[in-house]
Design a protein around this ligand. Structure first.
Ligand SMILES: Nc1ncnc2c1ncn2[C@@H]1O[C@H](COP(=O)(O)OP(=O)(O)OP(=O)(O)O)[C@@H](O)[C@H]1O
Ligand SMILES: [Mg+2]
Length: 458
């Protein structure tokens, strides 16, 4: 049997209550009371879906009751019932957040249709809520794509550590999915309803880092105009993600170690300790153990952070994932840009698989996005759609008919771009120096860079 929604009728006239009961009792469970006071009491203990509230009552009138109900419950739907000459009051009530009003005398159908409308609206919201949760949950697991054996082991490990507060250190080259893994640990564990707070140690200027981590009191230093809460405090009850932890300044390494031991922080300019309950996941794309060896990273902190190590293999070591990920991103961007690109030709997929992907999954994702934007659609991605820089680095023979078809100019541009980029990187983007090595004039270099889409840095 379906659970019937509950309607609470509040009216001082017994006759009016009775007729509302008769109208509603077929479809609803009806509770009825004669005063605002009784209504408030019932609402404390019963679960009510909708209140039908008379405006004109002795003692406490409908509007006063409504105000009290709102103090107790901001969400509950209230429909006001009023004599025509009191309709203005009912309009006031709309401002206090009632759903609707009905004027007396009414037809039974008016009552029923209004109540039905409110209840079906509620049902819709509940369904939407449910769907939203479903989508979030399915994403939590589907998002990380991999058939690689090492990755499968990582997924198992994630499941196990998710329900602990053990510190986890995620290691992997840039773009391998470190943040994705960190979020997945958060979402699968019992802290999922708490915050996930990320601090990127490499992105925040070192002089602001301490305040970013621990917050500060007003006036703690020049420029501290207001009290600011730090990320550690924000993360209370949830997960703190320390990204690029290897670059943390040494005095802050010491402070971090203390926080992890004591489980409390102090805002800058205050000596009042604040308890924080956080699970720490850190990530690094450089070898932290090496940094310890070189004296750049505290050994004791390294051991603290690295209770459970997770080492994500680079994409070139799990080539079987490349076609999967390529198709995944193709679907994603087809949907995002409302396109219809029909997969990949075998040769295209083969070239993608052979490439070494120094930027890992992020690089693959960006490439597929660019391809989807540029292609008209209704055809698969072909070799000709893949940038030459990638083809040149995936062992494609220039003699290969497919590559030759692209034309000399594109091939020459790709080679030039690669060489110019190499030299620029080697000279730390020093244009004069790069031009000298390339044996061209600096203006020619600037012009070529512009043609080839190379962003010259200062
Ligand atoms: N296994 C995967 N399946 C699907 N998408 C992935 C996977 N791994 C990474 N991605 C996607 O690749 C991009 C890069 O991932 P993420 O930001 O987690 O990498 P990262 O290791 O933190 O990179 P960086 O070192 O550059 O910060 C994100 O858009 C992420 O959603
Ligand atoms: Mg990252």
């Amino acid at each position: 049997m379906e659970i019937r929604p509950t309607v609470l009728v509040v009216d001082d006239e017994p006759g009016a209550r009775e007729s509302l009961e008769v109208i509603l009792e077929n479809d609803y469970r009806v509770l009825s009371v004669g005063s605002g006071q009784e209504a408030l009491e019932i609402l404390q203990r019963e679960s009510v879906d909708l209140v039908l509230l008379d405006v004109n009552m002795p003692d406490m009138d409908g509007l006063a009751v409504l105000r009290k109900i709102r103090e107790q419950d901001e969400e509950i739907d209230v429909v006001m019932v009023s004599a025509l000459n009191l309709a203005r009051k009912a309009v006031d009530a709309i401002r206090l957040g009632t759903y609707d009003y009905i004027t007396k005398p009414y037809e039974p159908e008016d009552i029923l249709s209004t109540v039905n409308r409110v209840v079906s609206k509620q049902k819709l919201y509940k369904e939407l809520d449910f769907l939203r949760k479903e989508v979030e949950e399915s994403r939590g697991f589907d998002e990380i794509i991999s058939q690689n054996k090492t990755m499968q082991e990582i997924f198992q490990l994630i499941k196990k550590v998710a329900f602990t507060t053990t510190n986890v250190l995620i290691m992997g080259e840039s773009g391998t999915g470190k943040e994705l893994i960190a979020r997945s640990i958060h979402r699968q564990g019992n802290r999922r309803n708490g915050p996930f707070v990320a601090i990127n140690c490499a992105a925040i200027p070192s002089e602001l880092m301490e305040s970013e981590m621990f917050g500060h009191e007003k006036g703690a230093f020049t420029g501290a105009h207001t009290r600011t809460i730090g990320k550690f405090e924000y993360a209370h009850g949830g997960t703190l993600f320390l990204d690029e932890v290897s670059v943390l300044r040494s005095d802050l390494q010491a402070k971090l170690l203390r926080v992890l031991q004591e489980r409390e922080i102090e805002r800058i300019g205050s000596n009042k300790p604040i308890k924080v309950d956080i699970r720490v996941i850190s990530a690094t794309n450089t070898n932290l153990e090496e940094a310890v060896g070189q004296g750049k990273f505290r050994q004791d902190l390294y051991y603290r952070l690295n209770v459970v190590p997770i080492s994500i293999p680079p994409l070139r070591e799990r080539k079987e994932d490349i076609p999967l990920l390529a198709k995944h991103f193709l679907n994603k961007f087809n949907t995002a840009f409302n396109k219809r690109i029909l997969g990949f030709t075998e040769k295209a997929l083969d070239a993608l698989t052979r490439y070494h992907w120094p930027g890992n999954i992020r690089e693959l994702e960006n490439l597929i996005e660019r391809i989807v934007v540029l292609l008209p659609g209704d055809e698969p991605v072909d070799l000709k759609d893949i940038p030459l820089e990638i083809l040149m680095n995936s062992g494609q023979d220039v003699e290969d008919g497919e590559v030759r078809k692209m034309g000399l100019i594109r091939i020459r541009n790709a080679i030039e771009k690669k060489i110019i980029l190499n030299v620029l990187q080697a000279t730390q983007w020093n244009q004069t120096e790069a031009a000298r090595i390339l044996k061209i004039n600096r203006n020619t270099l600037i012009q070529k860079a512009k043609q080839l889409g190379i962003q010259l840095r200062r």
